[in-house]
Design a protein around this ligand. Structure first.
Ligand code: GLY
Length: 346
């Protein structure tokens, strides 16, 4: 599918999609293939096929997971790009989960003020969220993702073969973003997950539908000034849980609790029926994701209020005014917040 915006690009979804790399980079003199050690085999295959196609490709190895997203790792990688002599005619390829594709995108955004990046996400979370939409960046002492750039990829190759070996907990975590897309925009996703809450029988269709929801939002609002914020459904509480847990909780697990919380909040505000609130909880539970969290409510509220990327000092939540109808609720009544918290606190 095509993602619209100032520089439109294709997202290719399906088994074997990584093979499209040679077509996307045909005629490119050089490519740096950024990956972490666990993806050495996939990255090695990419380097080899690119070299066979006449692209001088070399691997740039970075640490796995969030450890990839540091200024030190970026600095070492810039040295590598310099050693390889990458110019504006060349490209970066990011192969891995969301952390590696965030770093690869950031390297591409900054190297000679911007070269092409082709993202090859290998996790479900990466395919339906991180690799699509052009948000790139690293973490610093000041917080997560506070240093970065909007740099849309030249293409995204979501090779669903990569999901076969993904640990179940990782896959489930990615499914939280998929069900989020269903709740904010695409009821067919909810029906598919009702039929099979593991998401394993209709994976390709789920990925395609979730990417379409994201593509529609970012195609219209690359710079996150309006509609893109709806993708943050469930994320206000989720980000606070992740911070309080020192990022020891999987993103999707925190989002799952956040989705139920946001539904309860909308129920309190008279926007969602009890049946729709229950639909959130029942579906999230059936998918094997958490619907409750044992935490300190005062601490979570304090963290939500100082979210460094919040607009101004107000507390903003994406809520649904009916399934598929997202809207922003600013500074909700404390009584609604307390009641929503009671409904999700373990
Ligand atoms: N992950 C939310 C966004 O890309 O805007």
């Amino acid at each position: 599918m095509t993602v619209a915006g100032p520089t439109p690009y294709e997202v290719v979804i399906g088994p074997g999609a990584q093979a499209e790399l040679v077509l996307v980079l045909a005629g490119t003199p050089q490519a740096a293939v950024v990956h972490a050690p666990p993806l050495a085999a996939a990255a090695g295959a990419a380097v080899e096929t690119l070299q066979t196609a006449g692209v001088a490709a070399e691997a740039v190895v970075v640490p796995d997971g969030e450890a990839a997203k540091t200024a030190e790792v970026a600095a070492r990688a810039w040295e590598e790009l310099g050693r390889l002599g990458l110019t504006r005619s060349d490209a970066v390829v990011g192969i891995g989960g969301g952390a590696v594709t965030d770093l690869a995108g950031f390297l591409a955004a900054t190297w000679t003020r911007g070269i092409r990046v082709v993202q090859v996400p290998t996790s479900l979370l990466g395919m339906v969220d991180a690799a699509v939409g052009g948000k790139t960046g690293i973490n610093t002492g000041a917080g997560k993702n506070l240093v970065g750039a909007f740099h849309p990829p030249a293409a995204v190759l979501a090779d669903t073969d990569a999901l076969t070996g993904l640990p179940e907990a990782e896959f489930r975590s990615g499914l939280a973003e998929v069900v989020k897309c269903g709740l904010i925009a695409d009821g067919a996703i909810l029906d598919l997950l009702d039929d099979d809450p593991t998401g394993r029988t209709a994976t390709e269709e789920l990925v395609a539908r979730a990417v379409q929801v994201k593509a529609d939002a970012v195609g219209e609002d690359l710079y996150d000034l309006g509609r893109r914020e709806f993708l943050n459904y469930g994320h206000t509480l989720a980000h606070a849980i992740e911070r309080v847990e020192d990022f020891g909780w999987r993103h999707g697990e925190a989002v799952a609790v956040g989705l139920v919380f946001a539904a309860e909040l909308a129920g309190q505000a008279g926007l969602l029926t009890t049946a729709d609130v229950d639909r959130h909880r029942d579906l999230v539970a059936a998918m094997g994701l958490p619907t409750t969290y044992a935490g300190d409510w005062a601490q979570l509220q304090a963290v939500m209020r100082v979210d460094k990327k919040a607009r101004g000092a107000s507390l903003r939540f994406v809520v649904l005014d009916g399934l598929g109808k997202p809207m922003i609720l600013t500074d909700p009544d404390q009584a609604w917040l307390d009641a929503a918290w009671s409904a999700v606190s373990a």
